[in-house]
Design a protein around this ligand. Sequence first.
Ligand code: SF4
Length: 408
Amino acid sequence: MDTQSSFPRRPTRQILVGDVPVGGFAPVSVQSMTVTRTSDVESTLQQIYDLAMAGADIVRCTCNDIAAAEGLAEIVPRSPVPIVADVHNQYRMALAALEAGVHCLRLNPGNIKKPEHIKIVAAEARDRNVPIRIGVNGGSLHPDLYSKYGGMVTPEAMVESALQEIGYFSEVGFDLIKISVKASNVPLMLDAYRQLAEITDHPLHLGVTEAGPPPSGTIKSTAGIATLLAEGIGDTIRYSLTADPVIEARAGRQLLEAMGLRERKNVDLISCPSCGRAEIDVVAVAEEAMEAFADEKIPLQVAVMGCVVNGPGEARDADLGIAAGRGRGHLFVKGKNVEVVKEDEMVEALVSWAKVIQVEGAEAALKRVDTKLAEREALLDREQLLKEQGEDVNEIEQKLGAIRNQRA
Ligand code: SF4
């Protein structure tokens, strides 16, 4: 990703959220958050795919109970983007989320307050090499700090809250940190982030919390986030809108593109992370597809999915995609199977279908083929794979056992 911009970035340390670098001159990333129940695995995954397609690089899901943590154990291996678990109040849910394999935690110092609990979570995250976002929120500031600053939420109080948490983390030797100091008041969050940027080089996650519905929420968020980005502050961003999260992800992406902090996309290639079900080397095929599309000016969303069991469903909103099954590739357009091709012809077929869709549109392209035939073939491979692989290729049962041990 090219970052040609007239807004030079502030140097920060770099952490990795899954495979997405945050800070250290990495492209500013876009985050969003699911609004489904995390325990509803299929709905949550569908929303994660929608968000990825709308431009989210990282997605956060709440982990508010054991059922949510169990959901995460199933979601993480099938998510196309890294997953952050949002944890409030119960430190054990942070441990359960780590058991589920999440790529990052978000802790609010205002509601996991006991230092011993914070340190237990940080030590576990350290051992697993999983970063934590210290998510200070003006609306839920630690009560002691609220009193200390005269019953007011001030930028100083928010910064102190973040520093306290960093202190607890450093006691257990943990420093894979990013920080946010969000408030719903734009001048307040601006000051808090500016102060923080003066005293720490940890990467910063920007946002105006509870910004409200669009358009006012979008304007408020843009005022806060864009101002800081223009000053070089900020390594990852989230719009918090009272709206479909797809709108949030899209807004984040559009802002970065408008500021020249992310390049405008040609083909928007998404690929599943690959898991126990994968029938192909997803990374290799995705890279091959990236290369094949590199010189094509085709602004479509194209999905490369490791298996036909879940791939076409998970990426049903992509304009076009391919899912592998038993030595062959199942091409789908807007979730509808259209053709079966040999495994080594998958990328070639993707490119030629993309060209047809670009010229004729998806509906017209669909009318060219017998989708029923392609669907029948996909079903055959799906059933056969389920029979061969069983239901638990990602060893979810084992993770669920560890998660359930975290019941308070
Ligand atoms: S291999 Fe299949 S189930 Fe696994 S992440 Fe990819 S599409 Fe989803």
